[in-house]
Design a protein around this ligand. Structure first.
Ligand code: ZN
Ligand code: ZN
Length: 347
């Protein structure tokens, strides 16, 4: 076994401290990475606080991981020692079901092995996430990352990046297309950067007037303050695609009404309570309300390659390992522009 250590919480208090544990031995097709950076995703906070009802403790969260390859198994061809590797939200899947065959391993019918708060495919070995020194993962489930980039800004691409890239690609964001991004947080800021890099005309919808300058800096062409619903009226029927990254309660109908013929509103945020939808908000203009969740390994690699080519990284605030709780509090207050990333060298 590989001895390692992480920062774990032992119950839903989400109080973190050092935790010694073991990773599996490096198998023939495995790589061992030294973790350099781990992003803090809002879902880490939900899980660490037991808010989704499926938490197992001790928990080492973290599924936005960038590391340097330290050891490779005998049959590994995708990585060499010293390469940079990324790990996202899952680390294995059954590899034979219809969804694994379709390259959407995140929807593996048998259930994929999530990066933490889950188990390996043996359904017994617990998985621990990226707030740790090392990870052992099959090469097929690790992503290749060019080393000559701002690596702390790459870490959040592994969840926030792919979560927004996938629906933008699926609905063909590009030149001539009007894309709206609802909510400018961790996910929203990636949606703006990616949609702009794809060539779309991007509008940000936000409740915070103070974010206009940020939105423009991220690549948005227009900014709409949504505190007054009247501000949306003149925009009715004018958007091809809306990426809804809001995780609080909000009025979906107000946004659906902005969609043009066959326009789509994609939910990537996850509000706790159900959101009411008026039938006519969908019937008019043959609109669609759809969901999207991360992406498979093939698409995640495509996203990383796209970001490298277009110089897209997340805007991050790098913290020490001892600042996790403070970062959680600030993330909950939306007081971060736009993602916290833990520098694992501080551990
Ligand atoms: Zn995440
Ligand atoms: Zn499967």
């Amino acid at each position: 076994m590989v001895q390692t250590k992480g920062y774990a919480t032992h119950d839903a208090s989400a109080k973190f401290g050092p935790f010694d544990f073991e990773r599996r031995d490096v198998g023939d097709s495995d790589i061992l990475i030294d973790i350099l950076y781990a992003g803090i995703c809002h879902s880490d906070i939900h899980q660490a606080k037991g808010e989704w009802g499926n938490s197992t403790f001790p928990m080492v969260p973290g599924h936005e991981i960038i590391g340097r390859v330290k050891q490779i198994g005998s049959s590994v061809t995708k990585f060499a020692d010293g390469d940079i590797a990324g790990i996202g939200c899952f680390v294995d899947s059954c590899r034979e079901c219809v969804n694994c065959e379709r390259d959407v391993e995140q929807w593996c019918i048998k259930g994929c092995a999530q990066t933490y708060n889950s188990t390996e495919m043996d359904r017994s070995t617990p998985t621990y996430g990226g707030y740790s020194k090392h990870y052992v993962i099959d090469q097929e489930y690790a992503l290749t990352v060019a080393a000559d980039q701002n690596l702390e800004g790459i870490a959040p691409l592994l969840c926030a990046g792919i979560t927004t890239y996938s629906p933008l690609r699926r609905f063909e964001a590009g030149p001539g297309m009007k894309v709206g991004v609802i909510g400018l947080g961790g996910l929203g800021h990636m949606a703006v950067k990616l949609a702009a890099a794809m060539g779309a005309e991007v509008t940000v919808f936000s409740t915070s007037p103070g974010k206009e300058e940020d939105a423009t800096g991220l690549g948005a062409h227009h900014f709409v303050v949504t505190r007054d619903p009247k501000a949306l009226k003149p925009l009715a029927g004018s958007f091809d695609l809306l990426i809804d990254a809001v995780s609080a309660e909000h009025d979906l109908n107000m946004y659906l009404d902005l969609l043009s013929f066959e326009g789509k509103l994609v939910l990537v945020g996850a509000p706790e309570k159900p959101l009411p939808v008026n039938s006519f908000s969908l019937i008019v203009n043959n609109r669609s309300l759809v969901g999207s969740g991360i992406g498979g390994i093939r698409e995640t690699q495509e996203m990383l390659d796209f970001c490298a080519e277009h110089n897209v990284t997340a805007d991050v605030e790098v913290i020490n390992i001892t600042q996790i709780e403070e970062a959680y509090d600030r993330t909950i207050r939306a007081d971060v522009r736009y993602r916290f990333v833990i520098d694992m060298q501080t551990f």
